[in-house]
Design a protein around this ligand. Structure first.
Ligand code: HEC
Ligand code: HEC
Ligand code: HEC
Ligand code: HEC
Ligand code: HEC
Length: 268
């Protein structure tokens, strides 16, 4: 795959309209449930904004002292592995939210060793689309109706995150998100899938024909840090990489009743 498929787009990238996000009642219920639980745990405690996600616990003598809620989750997990470990969790960090998996996903989505570009915010699909089952179309709204899929606007993110307490600010990604919100700046996500200009691709035709997102993008809901998942289809004994012409045509051949192999359908 040529390097230029992965480039930074700033202005032209379509943003899914915040005006009509597909607010399924499920998602609303989910957010309400999370927000309620969060507030229950939060109430009565002062906000702590200075902790760092998964910061190493400071040790006093042989005792590991937690320095944030995320750190407390990590120390508890470490003690489960090694019962001899001496840990101390100050009362202010003795709580459930942010969840241990949110803390972990934020770290994994920013793992420099993992495949895929470093994004401006460690946003995890595994956490949002996997664990919390937020629908793809909630964030990528219009994918079924228009050519482009687009990425969600800051408003869509904040529709949920404004309801979360300041506790979440210990996760750096949340602080960066809020900074963009306050400064009314779009987030400059690094684009992963990009076709050359001479090729025409329409999401809506594919979604309407019943092709699943995962057919083309892989198991997105299991991945913290997105990357261009390789295709292992060896339809005609030739392995093809994603986004190459052979990849499109292989699938169109397999769907030959419907999908076109006419050059001019894909090329301007
Ligand atoms: C439908 C509600 C919803 C929307 C929309 C949403 N989030 Fe979240 N977000 C959550 C929930 C729920 C959690 C996890 C809370 C927990 O487990 O403690 C979370 C966790 C996170 C985390 C920590 C875990 C991780 O993924 O690194 C970050 C960072 C984050 N969100 C950023 C964003 C950004 C950026 C957007 C917009 C692109 C966004 N969120 C949109 C609900 C939402
Ligand atoms: C809570 C919002 C949210 C949900 C839900 C969500 N996404 Fe995303 N998606 C994003 C954001 C933000 C980005 C840009 C950052 C990144 O690439 O991780 C993105 C990027 C992507 C990309 C890469 C785009 C590129 O740059 O080429 C694909 C593919 C994708 N999402 C597919 C999906 C699929 C499939 C689902 C459902 C299983 C889904 N998304 C659910 C917010 C979301
Ligand atoms: C038939 C294959 C296919 C299917 C199915 C598909 N996509 Fe895509 N997707 C692509 C291709 C190809 C691109 C690159 C398009 C381009 O550069 O014009 C892309 C790009 C994207 C992007 C980046 C768009 C941008 O504006 O930066 C996102 C996000 C995305 N897809 C999400 C989804 C979601 C969500 C679904 C399911 C609702 C989905 N895709 C279904 C092939 C597919
Ligand atoms: C996983 C299977 C699959 C892949 C991969 C795929 N397509 Fe398709 N494509 C389809 C199907 C099925 C249809 C038929 C949709 C319909 O019935 O309208 C279609 C239709 C189309 C059409 C409309 C054709 C027409 O008759 O107007 C275009 C253009 C197109 N695809 C371009 C692409 C391009 C470009 C790629 C690669 C970047 C691609 N497709 C990859 C399954 C696929
Ligand atoms: C189903 C969609 C599809 C069809 C049908 C299709 N192409 Fe392509 N074609 C692509 C895609 C996607 C690329 C970009 C591949 C890449 O960048 O690796 C491409 C690239 C090309 C290129 C440029 C190759 C290069 O190295 O940059 C040429 C030339 C080309 N196609 C010719 C044709 C001809 C001639 C036909 C008809 C026989 C045809 N294509 C039919 C999707 C299609």
């Amino acid at each position: 795959m040529p390097e230029n498929h992965s480039s930074i787009r700033t202005t032209e990238r379509p943003t899914a309209s915040p005006g009509e996000p597909r607010r399924s009642s499920f998602v609303i219920g989910l957010v309400t449930a999370v927000a309620t639980a969060v507030f229950v745990f939060w109430s009565g405690w002062p906000a702590q904004n200075d902790g760092e996600a998964n910061a190493a616990g400071s040790s006093s003598g042989d005792v590991q002292v937690a320095t944030s809620v995320c750190d407390a989750h990590a120390l508890r997990a470490a003690k489960e592995e090694d019962p001899h470990l001496e840990i101390e969790i100050p009362a202010e960090f003795e709580r459930q939210w942010p969840s241990a998996s949110a803390c972990q996903s934020a770290v994994d989505a920013w793992d420099p060793e993992a495949e895929g570009p470093m994004q401006p915010i460690p946003f995890s699909h595994k956490h949002h689309a996997g664990e919390f089952e937020i629908e793809c179309l909630y964030c990528h709204s219009g994918t079924d109706k228009s050519q482009a899929a687009g990425v969600p606007s800051v408003e869509v993110c904040m529709g949920c995150h404004l309801q979360f307490p300041a506790e979440y600010d210990q996760i750096e990604g949340i602080r960066i998100l809020k900074q963009h919100w306050e400064e009314k700046k779009p987030i400059e996500w690094v684009q992963i899938h990009r076709l050359p200009e001479h090729v025409q691709f329409r999401h809506n035709r594919h979604i309407q024909a019943g092709v699943e997102c995962q057919n083309c993008h892989g198991p997105v809901e299991e991945i913290d840090k997105l990357y261009l998942v390789e295709d292992s289809h060896i339809g005609y004994l030739v392995p093809v990489a994603k986004l190459e012409m052979g990849w499109c045509i292989n699938c169109h051949r397999q769907n030959n009743q419907q999908a076109s192999q006419d050059c001019l359908k894909c090329h301007y």
